[in-house]
Design a protein around this ligand. Structure first.
Ligand code: AQP
Length: 336
């Protein structure tokens, strides 16, 4: 699974919600893996703005963040001429297929989703139906394009599994309509934890000090990592259960420097937590500085960015319609 893939006819689909500033977790768990698939036949990278409505958003901010997430995809190395980069809401087939698949998904299986349980607890005053059916919209995103491979962080594995179940259920009733996708999860860096509560995952909608954003400048990165919660010992050792904070910083270094964990631990042997934090901060700064420079260039030309997103949406729409037409026909909807 860790190898660069050269297989043909692969269709890659991945998406990130513009629900906050993209974090180091989103970057390590998903974004930086996107370019591994440069040789796959079709690659779609979506800004999941419809998904982000499951939590209350400020409208102007959401629009701004959606555009900047698309620009960030490009800044991280995705060439918009060879990858389909678009916003989910600009391709109406996503919402259309979601309705159909809602009718092929059981309440029981949706209520087992851990993200639904976590987000319901976090947003107890707004447990809306969209939050509950989120995995169905995600399944629609993936299945519309006959996706073979979905690069995600481990937290999204359960959603890819329910997507596979829905596809198999539909196929068993109507024949081979959907490709059943596989998740692509890099085990080394599958989950980055919160800096302030290292037993929880880092999330972009959590308080500022709990995450490093891709857009943070070096002084902010250093400050946030310096304040990261560790433990009362002094030894640098990888032990996620007993030393979650230290292990999280080691994971960040290992992932960003592409070094085995043992080598990272050996390189810090005999040093204190101050040195560990400095090494983690420097690894993050080295990674994000060139991305930020490319991002600023892309954002400076909004007209080109809009044109590229429109082109992406048209391309995605054409592919999505093929699947949707087939689905409508299979379930018995009138085709004029
Ligand atoms: N902490 C993480 N470590 C590794 N991967 C992560 N991902 C998210 N957090 C981590 C991966 O990033 C991709 C985009 O996720 P998303 O925006 O669609 O939803 P999410 O998983 O709910 O991400 P957040 O940051 O936690 O967003 P909010 O706060 O809005 O809920 C996915 O591939 C995910 O696995």
């Amino acid at each position: 699974m860790e190898e660069k893939t050269t297989e043909k006819k692969q269709v890659i689909y991945s998406a990130i919600q513009p629900s906050g500033n993209i974090t180091l977790g989103n970057y390590i768990g998903a974004l930086r893996n996107f370019s591994i698939f440069d040789e796959a036949e079709t690659r779609l990278y979506c800004v999941a703005d419809l998904h982000s409505l499951t939590v209350r958003q400020n409208s102007a901010e959401l629009r701004k963040r959606s555009l900047s997430l698309a620009a960030l995809y490009m800044a991280c190395g995705l060439d918009p001429e060879n990858n389909i980069i678009y916003c989910q809401s600009t391709v109406s087939a996503h919402a259309e297929l979601a309705w159909i698949l809602n009718c092929f998904t059981y309440m029981g299986e949706l209520s087992r989703m851990t993200q639904f349980k976590d987000k319901s607890a976090k947003h107890a005053d707004n447990i809306n139906a969209g939050l509950f059916t989120y995995p169905v919209l995600m399944a629609s995103d993936i299945l519309l394009y006959q996706t073979t491979t979905v690069p995600v962080g481990i937290d999204q594995k359960q959603h890819v599994e329910i997507c596979r179940d829905i596809a198999q259920r539909f196929n068993s009733l109507y024949g081979d309509v959907f490709t059943v996708p596989e998740p692509y999860i890099r085990t080394v860096s599958a989950k980055i934890q919160s800096l302030s509560e290292p037993t929880k995952k880092m999330s972009k909608s959590d308080p500022e000090e709990s995450f490093v954003s891709v857009f943070d400048k070096p002084d902010v990165i250093r400050r946030k990592i310096r304040r990261a919660v560790t433990d009362s010992e002094t030894e640098i050792r990888y032990a996620p259960e007993t030393k979650p904070g230290v292990s999280n910083l080691l994971t960040i270094i290992s992932a960003l420097e592409n070094k085995p964990m043992d080598d990272v631990v050996a390189s810090l042997s005999g040093l204190g937590y101050g040195a560990l934090k400095e090494a983690a901060a420097e690894a993050v700064i080295r990674e994000f500085t060139p991305i930020q420079a490319r991002f600023d260039e892309i954002m400076a030309d909004k007209e080109t960015l809009s044109r590229l997103l429109k082109q992406g949406a048209e391309h995605a729409e054409a592919l999505a319609r093929k699947t949707l037409r087939k689905v409508y026909k299979k379930v018995g909807l009138v085709q004029l």
